[in-house]
Structure formats: C-alpha cells, structure tokens
Design a protein around this ligand. Structure first.
Ligand code: UDP
Length: 475
C-alpha cells in the first residue's frame, strides 16, 4: 500500500496549533496508514511565544512519530511589516511563506500520496498554492460551529452593516446564533483579511469544526442548511470534536504545576473556583487588585493564574513583579496563586474544581464542557466577546460577569459572579446544563456518535474507507 499523507498548516499560536495536532492524532488513530505533516512557519517574536511553541513542538514530535513537523525555511520579513497590526501579521506572514510552502508540498508529494491540505483561517494565503497544484483544501476552524456561522456570514453582513457599527446600539442577526449586540462584535470584524478568509473558506472542499453537534445544535443545523452563506453553496461541514489536549498542550511550559495539582488534592470536592485567562490574558494593576479583593470577599476557595501586568508607562522596560499586597499571605489555605501558566485541562478535570472564571477562548470553553465545569464568562478581546454570548445565551453553561463599557470589572462584580457561580441559583442551573453537555461530549466521540460519524465522512472524502461507527478501516 502506498503511503498517504495529510498536510496540515496551523497558525503557530498555541490555541490553533494544539487543536490541529489533536486533529492529526485523531485522524491517524482512525486511519493509521495516513501520516500527518504539520507545516510550521514561525512568526517573529512579536506575534507569539516561540519558546513555548518550540518546546511543545519538540515534545509532540518525540511522542507522536506519525506527525512530522516540517519547518519552512525562514523568509526575510520586510522592515515595514514591523509597524503592522499584529492580527494583520498573522495573515501577512503566511503570504510571504507561500513559495517555500509550494516547494515543501512538491517535495512531500514526491515521497507520498498527498490527500489534501488542512488550513487554519490565518494561513488562508496558502489556498493560492494548493489551488495552483490542484490539492484539495480543507479548513480547520478552531472555534465552534456558532463562531463559524458568524465567520461565514461576514461577507453578507458586510453588505448590510456600516463600518462603524460599533457605535450603534443594535442587534445583528446571523443564522444559527442568538442576536449579537454590536458591542459584542470585535471592532475589527470587517478587517479585509477576515472578510476575504471567509470567502476562501466558502470555496474550500470542506470545513472541520472543533465542537460537537449536541453542543451547538442550532448552529450546526444552520451550517448544514447552507443558511450562513445565502448566495453560495456551503462546503461540507464536519463537526468532529471536542478535540482537546490532555494538559492543554502546555505541560512543557509550566511552572509549579505539580504543586497546584497537589494543592487541589487537599481541597474538598467541587469547592475551588479556577481563574485563568488563556495564553495571552494580561490585566493592568488596577484590575488585578479588584480581582484579588473580590475573590477574598467572596470567601470561596480559588486557584488563580496570574501574569505580571504590562508596564504602566510605555517607556518602562518591565513592570517588575506585581505585588499582590499581602493577598497571598492572607489567603493561605484558602487559595493559591500560580504565576504565568498552569496545566488548565488537568486542573479542570480535578474533582476539587467546581467553577471556572474564563476569558471564553474556545479551547478553554471546550475543556470546561468536557470536564463538566460551569463558567463565569469574562471575555477580554477578539472573538471572546462573541463566544461569551454563545456560552451564556445559547449553550447556557456560563454566567456573565458584570463589566463596564471599557470592560473594567469591579471587586463587587467579581465577588458577585464568583458567589453566584459557586452558590447561587444561576450557578446551579449552568452546573446542571454543563454536566449534561459533558455527557453529550462523551457520546459524540463514541462509535456511532455524531463526531465519530463526521470523522468517517471526512476521511471518506479523502478516499479512506472505514465502516461507519467502527474503528476498522481499509485505506
Ligand atoms: N492554557 C493552559 N494554561 C494556562 C493558560 C492557557 O494550559 O495557564 C491552555 C488552555 O488549557 C487552552 C489554551 O491554553 O488549551 C488556550 O486556548 P484558548 O482558545 O482558550 O485561548 P487563547 O489562549 O487562544 O486566547
């Protein structure tokens, strides 16, 4: 049998790379004769934490020999690029790597039958290359089905909504999701790169979604009915998750990890609220103080992942260590503060954790759902504000935190939200719901479950045939 390869091209951000690697593992588990090549084009240090990504790649390469990481040779980045907004860079850098990608794909196809390439929307520039060589192109959408509804609908929304929509006090209607207030839509939604990526995805051979049908029923239905792109056929949508990494993919990057899991071992069941704001979440000093006061007043047990605040003044080189002003000393026994990074997925899976204050990153939300942990939704930036709406209003696994128009959250609001989550009626309701969703997540990935069936359909579209609802496969 000739060897066959699926090429994947993630954006080198932990929140995109880790689930793409999990997708590679899933595909290989079901079709062991398929090998996975993961293309890596590392960005300049401004756009990510390459040390963490580098460590993660090394550890994954050692543990999963069927995934080969192929680093594209570095390209010279034009000096003017350094002034570009960092989200634009996510799109622009892959464009510069296209010639190298072309060479890599030609080399891979000389060694093995190339089935397809799976892109991230940030690496959509590569579609030009895959089209030119006639390679079927799929996208892996690392947010859920609701996010995909919104994304695919962007070009349509663009035609009917003013550019300065942020100042409006209206709800935007998008098929498959609740009405979205303009203040919950990211300000750069109509960025030319996003709108054009949405157009590319609509032209692809298929879209793979990290979620499961039972979590976002209405959104999945709207996608399958082609409602989100009214003037164009929607490619096949494969909802194959939840794909999450044990340890959140961050095992290699952490500090004091064993210590916080050991501390959790000594806490009562479901008693601890966990606070963590993704791989990039950073708060100013004033906000950190409010969180500390609110947590202490709430009287709840807590585990809080804290990063130093950014320098107050641009000219300051470093903020130095943030002094939590006796907070840590006063709350010994009741709480624990971890600097920078903690093994989130393992923490959420720990029996002592009863609630999660989250920035609403999609990977974090899935990890909470899988572990059946209810959330306080505290979005910080980008699509997180939209995720908050799905999690609170549609999926109903989170209670919102009360925030000001500038997104500042007072100590009273922290206290109120944490108490509500851990002791209130709202918390009880979302706890029951997330527990049901956790059961649905398990059922989705079992033989014959919705995600299992979608995976079967996906790999069938690559010419790999297994029996639906079975581990058996014939390539
Ligand atoms: N994560 C972690 N420890 C931390 C912070 C983040 O393990 O201290 C992991 C988390 O479990 C998740 C990922 O990093 O898998 C963050 O992805 P998400 O989509 O939630 O947010 P992003 O970082 O992309 O904003």
């Amino acid at each position: 049998m000739e060897s066959a390869t699926v090429v994947m091209y993630p954006s080198p951000e932990m929140g995109h790379l880790v689930p793409m690697v999990e997708l590679g593992k899933l595909i290989h588990t079901h079709h062991p004769s398929l090998s996975i090549v993961m293309i890596i084009a590392l960005p300049p240090s401004k756009t990510a934490g390459p040390t963490t990504i580098g460590k993660y790649i090394d550890a994954t390469a050692a543990a999963t020999p069927f995934i080969t990481f192929r680093h594209l040779p570095p390209v010279a980045l034009p000096p003017e690029l350094s002034s570009h907004f960092f989200v634009d860079l996510f799109f622009e850098i892959p464009q510069l790597y296209n010639p190298k990608l072309h060479d890599a794909l030609v080399a891979i196809s000389a060694e093995s039958a190339l089935k397809c390439i799976v892109l991230d929307f940030f690496t959509t520039a590569a579609f030009e290359v895959s089209k030119a060589i006639g390679l079927p192109t799929y996208y892996f959408f690392t947010s859920g089905a609701s996010g995909l509804c919104n994304f695919l609908h962007l070009p349509t929304l663009r035609k009917t909504t003013p550019d300065d929509f942020h100042g409006l006090d209206v709800y935007l209607e998008v098929p498959g999701i609740p009405p979205m207030h303009t203040s919950d839509m990211p300000g750069n939604l109509f960025d030319k790169y996003f709108v054009s990526a949405a157009g590319d995805i609509a032209e692809s051979s298929g879209i793979i979604v990290n979620g499961f049908a039972g979590l976002e029923e209405r959104a999945v239905e709207a996608l399958r009915d082609g409602k989100c792109i009214p003037d164009h056929p929607t490619p096949p949508v494969y909802v194959i998750g939840p794909l999450i990494a044990a340890g959140g993919g961050g095992d290699q990057a952490g500090h004091g990890e064993d210590e916080c899991l050991r501390w959790l071992d000594s806490q009562p069941s479901k008693s601890v609220v966990f606070l963590c704001f993704g791989s990039r979440g950073v708060f100013k000093r004033e906000q950190l103080k409010e969180i500390a006061i609110g947590l202490e007043k709430s009287g709840q047990r807590f585990l809080w992942v804290v990063r130093d605040p950014p320098p107050a003044d641009e000219n300051e080189l470093s903020s130095g260590d943030f002094d939590l002003e006796g907070f840590v000393a006063r709350t010994v026994g009741k709480g624990m503060v971890v600097k920078n990074w903690a093994p989130q997925a393992a923490i959420l899976g720990h029996d002592s954790v009863g609630g999660f204050v989250s920035h609403c990153g999609w990977n974090s939300a899935l990890e909470a759902v899988v572990s059946g942990v209810p959330m306080v939704a505290w979005p910080l930036y980008a699509e997180q504000t939209m995720n908050k709406v799905y999690l609170v209003k549609e999926i109903k696994v989170a209670v919102p935190v009360r925030m000001a128009a500038d997104r500042f959250v007072t100590a009273e609001a922290v206290e109120e939200a944490v108490r509500e989550l851990m002791e209130g009626d709202g918390g009880r309701t979302v706890r029951e719901r997330v527990s049901e969703m956790s059961d649905r997540a398990k059922a989705a990935v079992e033989d014959g479950g919705s995600s299992h069936v979608d995976l079967y359909e996906l790999t069938k579209s690559w010419g790999c045939h297994g029996r639906k609802g079975s581990e058996n496969e014939i390539l």
